[in-house]
Design a protein around this ligand. Structure first.
Ligand code: FES
Length: 159
């Protein structure tokens, strides 16, 4: 058995393999792997004795579950009112284009970045704000945002 499967079974056992705990189980598995893979959703359904479609419908209903693998670095652009007024939209658009995203695709092809929006980060005085891997970057504009991502790419290339 691979380690990932073992870990998911451990989480399931921690909830008594009880389907009534499905949401909590999905939250824990997502916290562990950043997203819910097809393999893990099937494993959860099989272990709980639920249909795969039932587990999928719960996973797709709640917005905070992701069925797409996320990138190594998570970028969040604040879409709260203060940031929106100070033009966080063009920052999001510039990153979206820079990463070559399209439609609902939120992760760059190289698996390096995932782009998301977030509601007010509570740092409105620093608007417009974005975070990379949880670190807050204040008073951004499209140029400084792209320079920041270029820097991360360069550092990654050196490693
Ligand atoms: S609206 Fe962006 S930090 Fe408050």
């Amino acid at each position: 058995m691979n380690a990932s499967k073992e870990r998911v079974l451990e989480i399931l056992a921690g909830y008594g393999n009880d389907g009534a705990n499905l949401i909590a189980i999905l939250q824990d598995v997502q916290a562990e792997y950043n997203y819910l893979s097809e393999e893990n959703l099937t494993l959860i359904a099989d272990t709980l004795g639920l249909s795969v479609s039932k587990v999928y419908s719960v996973a797709t209903f709640y917005e905070n579950f992701s069925l797409e693998a996320k990138g190594k670095h998570i970028i969040k652009v604040c879409a709260g009112t203060a940031c929106h007024v100070r033009k966080s939209g063009p920052i999001y658009d510039a990153i979206y284009e820079y990463l070559g995203l399209h439609g609902k695709k939120k992760t760059s092809d190289d698996g390096m970045f995932t782009l998301e929006t977030v509601a007010c980060l509570g740092a409105c005085g620093l608007a417009p704000v974005m975070t990379v891997d949880g670190e807050v970057h204040a008073k951004m504009d499209p140029e400084t945002a792209l320079a920041l991502l270029e820097d991360i790419r360069k550092k990654e290339a050196q490693e």
